[in-house]
Design a protein. Structure first.
Length: 92
């Protein structure tokens, strides 16, 4: 399954997870940041056992994750971002 399809499934899972009891509509910007957060989290999960935590690539990935998480909050989808990160941490 292509990464974009995996991101879409993760985002669609948010709508079904009970953030709001009804189906929520996201703006293109909100979807962009949520999908980016999902992608970066998956990249981190794949690299965490390969790269040293002090490696510049791992530090860059962590900073990108934090920045994208903050962007989600400023776009009004902070709770969805928390749920998305929580779902992916449970999968580990």
């Amino acid at each position: 399954m292509p990464p974009s399809d995996q991101n879409k499934e993760s985002i669609l899972g948010l709508a079904e997870s009970g953030v709001n009891s009804g189906l929520k509509s996201y703006s293109p910007t909100q979807l962009f940041f949520l999908m980016r957060l999902s992608y970066l989290q998956r990249q981190r999960r794949e690299c965490i056992n390969v790269l040293d935590p002090n490696d510049w690539r791992m530090r860059l990935l962590n900073k990108a994750l934090y920045s994208t998480f903050q962007d989600c909050g400023s776009e009004g989808v902070g709770e969805e971002a928390k749920l998305l990160l929580g779902q992916q941490q449970q999968a580990n």
